[in-house]
Design a binder for this molecule. Structure first.
Ligand code: UD1
Length: 436
């Protein structure tokens, strides 16, 4: 397994191109199942999760090709689902990537059947899919759970329904948005997620011929159509990647322009950086972060969009470890999203967790150590802490990082970070020590 070595202390200066959003690209890829025409996506980040989704769709029968784009990062992708012969999303793929459950709504709406493995727990919590299933049942789907799988089928088309989600769920909103686009009649989604990635999916579905109103609000109205077509669509830029780089610059000090970052998708995050004394301004091509490395303490509560994103919680915690005074973070979305705390503590962070809240007291300095990435965003918090830490940090299990950050070392080292990937040597076969 690869590791990452970071020697802290360098300021970051320069420009970084922000990649396309993983969490927008994954549902967009699943949307290819809704039509037998070609869906062409551009600005798709080239990441492990994207390859997993491509493998999942390919085993359903989607014909997929990647091609290089004229941009520095990302790929163009062409997906054609005119020969779907398998309706099962197997455990091996779903367990490695929860977004696999996004094929459920599309398969069911177009083919009347789907068998999708239950995702099970993951490092950040139990993360059930009950809201997805309840909504599909309201649309007339028959759903059974057996042997770890969701078995779903419908007689005829799914029917439009008036659905109120008990909780705001990104995945459930996306799954039902896709299903409702091909359903018979009108579906209304209340308490729907408003994340930019949900809007990006809705805009692509509109280009494919779907009739959707209320995009970006918590009430979405979809009038189902009989057939959808292909289209060309460019994936929005990754607001979480942009926020992660902003936190890196904030902690090291320096000035970096994030090309392609969209300030309008990052308001809650920008507000918190500003409160912490970091200057963020909009430029013609993105946003610019300027920091002298001094950070004020702040309090953060994670919330569904437009609130502060749970996917930025770990990165902000790393930043607040060296803030002037004590900060409080409260995580309201996932119940177990503080796995990075003991790892940050190995670097000298002073953090106490009580239930859903964490108190972060100022550490005079962070010191490099060997640490372990536990999930995608947690791994970035370790990178951010390491960039400011004294000495050398080795981060293990960086495959988590590869799921969501495109060529991170290259982007950071171009701005002056000392960061390198170390490829592990294969284990040597066991041998007995020679007798003296
Ligand atoms: C998506 C993102 C993930 C991000 C999260 C929150 C993708 C592929 N994943 O995850 O990176 O961290 O949004 O922004 O875009 N819940 C239920 N029942 C359900 C569904 C969800 O109880 O059926 C709960 C979850 O446990 C959680 C909350 O609702 O407490 C929000 O989850 P949700 O928005 O669905 O997150 P994901 O779509 O899994």
């Amino acid at each position: 397994m690869d590791k990452i070595k970071i020697t802290g202390g360098n300021r970051l200066n320069g420009k970084i191109q922000v990649s396309g959003a993983k969490n927008a690209a994954l549902p967009l890829m699943a949307a290819s199942l809704l039509t037998d025409d070609t869906l062409k996506l551009s600005n798709v980040p080239y990441l492990a999760d994207i390859v997993t989704m491509a493998n999942l769709l390919a085993q359903h029968g989607v014909d997929i090709s990647f091609s290089s784009s004229s941009q520095q990062y990302g790929k163009n992708m062409s997906l054609r689902a005119d020969n779907i012969h398998n309706f099962t999303a197997p455990y091996e793929l779903v367990r490695t990537m929860r977004a696999s459950v996004l094929v459920l709504g599309a398969l069911l709406a177009r083919f009347g059947q789907a068998k999708v493995s239950l995702p099970g727990g993951c490092a950040i919590g139990t993360r059930p899919i009950d809201l997805h299933l309840k909504a599909l049942e309201q649309m007339g789907a028959h759903i059974e759970l057996a042997e770890g799988y969701v078995h779903a089928h419908t007689h005829g088309r799914l029917k439009g329904a008036d659905i109120t989600f008990e909780k705001v769920s990104v995945g459930a909103t996306e799954n039902i948005l896709m299903a409702a686009s091909l359903a018979d009649g009108v579906t209304i989604l209340r308490n729907a997620a408003r994340e930019p990635e949900v809007c990006d999916l809705a805009h692509c579905l509109q280009k494919m011929g779907a009739q959707i109103e209320g995009i970006g609000t918590d009430t979405i109205r979809i009038t189902g159509v009989k057939k959808l077509s292909g289209c060309d669509h460019s994936v929005i830029s990754d607001r979480i990647e942009a926020g992660s780089f902003a936190a890196a610059v904030a902690i090291t000090g320096g000035e970096v322009e994030l090309l392609g970052a969209r300030a309008e998708h990052m308001q809650a995050v920008i507000e918190k950086f500003t409160e912490a004394g970091i200057s963020i301004s909009e430029t013609e091509r993105g946003i610019k972060i300027t920091s002298d490395g001094k950070i004020e303490c702040i309090d953060i509560i994670t919330q569904p969009y437009p609130g502060f994103p749970t996917d930025m919680q770990a990165q902000m915690m790393a930043l607040l470890c060296v803030a002037d005074g004590a900060s409080m973070i409260t995580e309201t979305i996932f119940e177990n999203r503080y796995m990075h705390v003991p790892e940050l503590a190995r670097m000298g962070a002073k953090i106490v967790v009580h239930g859903a809240s964490a108190m972060i007291r100022s550490a005079d300095e962070l010191v490099g150590a060997e640490v372990m990435a536990t999930d995608l965003r947690a791994s970035l918090s370790l990178v951010i802490a390491a960039l400011a830490a004294k000495g050398e940090t080795i981060i293990h299990r960086v495959y988590h990082l590869d799921r969501g950050y495109e060529r991170l070392e290259e982007k950071l080292s171009a701005c002056g970070a000392q960061i390198e990937r170390m490829h592990d040597k294969p284990n040597r076969p066991f041998s007995m020590p020679e007798a003296a």
